[in-house]
Ligand binder design. Structure first.
Ligand SMILES: *[C@@H]1O[C@H](CO)[C@@H](O)[C@H](O)[C@H]1NC(C)=O
Ligand SMILES: *[C@@H]1O[C@H](CO)[C@@H](O)[C@H](O)[C@H]1NC(C)=O
Ligand SMILES: *[C@@H]1O[C@H](CO)[C@@H](O)[C@H](O)[C@H]1NC(C)=O
Length: 334
């Protein structure tokens, strides 16, 4: 083969590998930002035919597809972000997270284009053409071997979308479904003022159950439809925060609302005062009545005992005591 031809062959081979299928893990920034292309086995693929206008409804097609997960680890703090939302540590409130869907054999070029526009997670709001899903997920973080390394696992268990006329819910139950696993290493702390931070040492897609099953205490499960912006529906936290925000909205609605609330608080205050004053009075009354009743009861008992004493069942001391009691009793009641 003449040299120029060989050269062209090599170049086109090189170009072919560049234009190949995007890898499962794309490192955007070593240690801090990766994009995972998680094959979604058996998942419905959402398409919108925009050839007849922007407003055509979404339909479901069968096609191998994948979800894009943007994992970032800010330099100076120890939390993990997934598609723009903090996933770990999550405390009591888990975030609702969306992921965009792409065909599984999306080319490296196309993925790079998506990455360079930085619109992986915002496209479900700005609408850039691809379908997206709300994620139900299970996540865990645990120490391994030594104290400075952690394993973070993120398993997508269900996806939901309301793009098609009837919302679809799909469980990722295929036994070959993979999950994302990150190996994180805590960076050595140079001074006490420095925040604890970590970096991503390794990211890969692994089969479920890799590294054994996480213990319940290390695991958090988020069911997309059970949560809203106030937290998990049906919990006290949810009730309180939605009530609080309803109150704030009411206050926001104008000066009359504000006045009504102030008036309400004053009224409540007055009511509490009134209850206190009269309530204490009642209580005192009850107390003195009770004392009085007790005294009367004692007197009655004393008289009965005296009658018994007369028959000679009581000791001398008791009789002495009772005698005194009798005098008092008689003196008072007569
Ligand atoms: C698009 O659809 C929405 C709701 O289905 C409708 O309110 C809106 O008018 C439509 N817009 C156009 C340009 O057809
Ligand atoms: C990934 O998330 C980070 C943090 O939210 C964001 O700055 C970045 O633009 C995202 N990348 C893409 C490709 O959307
Ligand atoms: C801790 O684990 C990390 C990652 O597995 C390894 O690189 C490091 O050498 C370990 N350190 C010690 C003290 O074992």
């Amino acid at each position: 083969m003449p040299f120029p031809l060989l050269f062209i062959a090599i170049v086109s081979l090189f170009q072919f590998s560049i234009a190949g299928v995007a890898p499962e893990i794309t490192t955007v920034q070593e240690g801090y930002n990766i994009i995972a292309k998680l094959p979604c086995l058996g998942c419905p693929f959402l398409v919108q035919d925009t050839s007849r206008g922007e407003n055509e409804s979404w339909t479901v097609r069968t096609d191998d597809n994948a979800l894009l997960l943007n994992i970032t680890l800010p330099y100076d703090s120890s939390y993990i972000e997934l598609n723009g939302q903090r996933v770990w540590p999550a405390y009591s409130k888990l975030q609702k997270i969306y992921a965009n869907q792409v065909v599984q054999d999306i080319s490296d070029e196309n993925l790079q284009a998506i990455i360079s526009t930085g619109q992986l997670e915002s496209s479900h709001e700005t609408y850039s053409g691809g379908g997206y899903f709300g994620l139900s997920y299970s996540q865990s973080l645990r120490h391994i071997r030594n104290a400075s390394a952690f394993i973070f696992q993120l398993d997508i268990i269900e996806i939901w979308s309301d793009l098609p006329p009837t919302p679809i819910l799909h469980k990722l139950e295929n036994p070959n479904q993979k999950m994302l696993e990150l190996l994180l290493l805590q960076k050595p702390v140079m001074s006490a003022l420095e925040p604890i931070s970590s970096e991503i040492i390794k990211a890969e897609l692994v089969s479920r159950g890799h590294h054994g099953k996480a213990q319940n205490k290390d695991q958090q499960v988020m069911h997309f439809l059970e949560w809203d912006s106030f937290g998990q529906k049906g919990t006290l936290t949810h009730y309180l925060s939605s009530w609080g925000s309803a109150m704030l909205n009411f206050l926001d609605s104008g000066i009359w609302a504000l006045l009504a609330v102030i008036f309400g608080i004053l009224l409540l205050f007055v009511l509490v005062c009134v209850i206190c004053i009269f309530g204490c009075d009642f209580w005192q009354d009850d107390y003195s009545q009770a004392q009085h009743g007790k005294a009367r009861g004692q007197r009655r008992r004393v008289r009965g005992d005296v009658e018994q004493g007369k028959v000679g069942f009581k000791s001398a001391e008791e009789l002495g005591l009772l005698g005194r009691g009798r005098v008092v009793g008689l003196g008072k009641s007569d």
